[in-house]
Design a protein around this ligand. Structure first.
Ligand code: SAH
Ligand code: SF4
Ligand code: F3S
Length: 489
């Protein structure tokens, strides 16, 4: 190749915080930059382009990014040719404020402007100056224009950026219209839009061709997914699951995050009847108090949530694994209200829960109208208390897996520190290493095996459990034929 036609190579460093949406966005930005000759590096010093994919859901997530940017102040002074970019939800929320706090940032791109990033970088490099591309605010124009400004360019995929080569996220829904009073997401990700089912299907086929066995459909309220075609045909999540179920090579289909009010019978029976669809449902409850749920404007009551749990139990029975999110210390939360949450966790017996301390987000209804009046140490105590209850329940419920055999999709070497006898590599004498994977119901399983098991779905017999992990041994064909196995996972 002559010097004139050679693609200029650049070194890209990318740091991603936040939810699965952000992981997917980073995957696509890397894919588009790779096409332009970029190579990934995990060294900030080596990189000539640094991107921060950011989250605004809690203040702590933003502080983390601002500290990371702060640490680059000197590097940028010494090497002004390094391009620094901020993308994602904080880019959309803070916009020019980022330049105020970190004046050496070169580009800012919202979650709907991913496809503009290569051009923004090129412009900053050739012309200098600061460049911004963000979506429209929720009141800044016609709905169609606002929606367009938050769209993404999903078909561009890069297998190397995935959780593993055989697992991928697939966006089916953009944005959110629920406007829970504490939440910034409707502002950062724009209006709710269901992606065209044919586009989703085509993308799933590409993923399957690339060797992907498990896809996780993404949406803020994924089970509210709805797409109305030009001819009036309406597609809901259940229809989409049926369509995706036919794709050869895809073994498991998961979807997050669910909204309690939209967990319909129709959807649940579809999940029950399609064997590739995981009976794992992440349905955040947020609080067990009706008064708090009302202040949060979640749009359901405790009674509604109980009815949903009954529907799930009726349709999926023991196979179902339900997980939740909680916010403790939301505006005005009394001890009694918190206790109602503890009681409901005891009652619902979630597989696991993510518990967060309320963090006031400027621009939300709660921030405008409700005082953030629960002291930090009270939030912390409630967080620990609820977590202890949840962990006890998780451990108790995992007992049912003892002496059972579960089907595990093997993801790779275990990251458990206590499992890394050989720095995570194979034992030189036995060739075995600590591997990890998940059951169909999303439970983490750790066991010993050879590297060639990675990417396969295999039976593992469980002999030990903790709140977070099932520990087992791979069942060989010989052992399977000798034992009566309950395929529970
Ligand atoms: N769309 C998803 C959740 C998106 S944010 C849903 O509706 O369930 C992920 C979780 O972060 C939420 O479920 C909530 O528990 C938590 N969260 C959102 N805003 C928060 C805030 N201001 N402070 C603390 N936690 C928050
Ligand atoms: Fe936020 Fe509520 Fe939308 Fe979830 S449903 S993203 S918590 S506004
Ligand atoms: Fe954070 Fe945006 Fe996801 S605010 S949680 S990265 S949608």
């Amino acid at each position: 190749m002559s010097a004139q036609t050679a693609i200029e190579t650049h070194k890209l460093y990318i740091e991603t915080v936040g939810c699965q949406m952000n992981m997917l966005d980073s995957e696509m930005v890397v894919a588009s930059l790779r096409q332009q000759g970029y190579e990934l590096t995990d060294s900030i010093d080596e990189a000539d382009t640094l991107l921060f994919n950011t989250c605004s859901v809690r203040e702590q997530a933003e502080n983390k990014t601002y500290s990371a940017l702060g640490r680059l102040r000197k590097a940028k002074q010494e090497m002004p040719e390094k391009i620094i970019g901020v993308m994602g939800c904080m880019a959309q929320k803070d916009q020019q404020l980022i330049f105020k706090r970190a004046p050496y940032v070169d580009i800012i791109a919202g979650p709907g402007q991913l496809k503009e990033i290569p051009d923004l970088i090129a412009k900053a490099r050739s012309e200098g100056g600061q460049h911004v591309a963000v979506g429209l605010g929720r009141k800044d124009g016609k709905v169609a224009d606002i929606k367009r400004s938050h769209e993404t360019f999903d078909p561009m995929r890069d297998p190397s950026m995935r959780p593993t080569p055989f697992q991928a996220f697939l966006r089916i829904q953009i944005g959110c219209d629920k406007f829970c009073t504490y939440c910034i997401v409707p502002m950062t990700r724009g209006p709710e839009q269901g992606r065209d089912p044919q586009m989703v299907y085509d993308e799933a086929v590409i993923l399957a061709d690339q060797g992907c066995k498990e896809i996780t459909l993404l949406g803020q309220t994924v089970n509210s997914y709805k797409h109305v075609a030009a001819d009036g045909t309406t597609t809901r999540l259940a229809d989409l699951l049926v369509k995706l179920h036919d794709i050869d090579g895809i073994e498991r289909i998961k979807f997050v995050t669910n909204y309690p009010k939209d967990m319909t019978y129709d959807l649940l029976t579809t999940i029950r009847d399609l064997e590739k669809v995981s009976p794992y449902l992440h349905v955040p409850l947020q609080s067990g108090s009706d008064a708090v749920l009302k202040r949060m404007k979640r749009g359901y009551t405790v009674a509604d949530y109980r009815e949903m749990m009954a529907r799930i139990n009726e349709t999926l029975g023991d196979a179902a694994a339900i997980s939740s999110d909680f916010i403790v210390g939301f505006c005005g939360e009394t001890e009694e209200e918190f206790q109602e949450t503890v009681n409901l966790v005891e009652e619902c017996r979630f597989k696991n829960s993510f518990i967060f301390k309320y963090s006031e987000r400027p621009g939300t209804k709660a921030s405008d109208h409700l005082p953030d009046d629960i002291p930090h140490d009270v939030k912390k105590r409630r967080n620990n208390e609820l977590l202890a209850v949840q962990n006890r329940i998780s451990e108790e419920d995992n007992q049912k897996f003892l002496s059972q055999t579960v089907q595990v999709l093997v993801e790779g070497p275990s990251k458990r520190v206590d499992a890394q006898i050989n720095g995570g590599g194979p034992n030189p004498e036995t060739g075995l290493m600590q591997l990890t994977g998940r059951t169909h119901c999303d439970r983490i399983v750790v066991f010993e095996g050879t590297e060639r098991l990675i990417g396969q779905t295999i039976p593992v017999g469980i002999y030990e459990i903790s709140a977070f992990t099932l520990i087992g041994t791979v069942i060989t064909d010989h052992a399977v034929s000798q034992s009566l196995v309950g395929l529970n996972g």
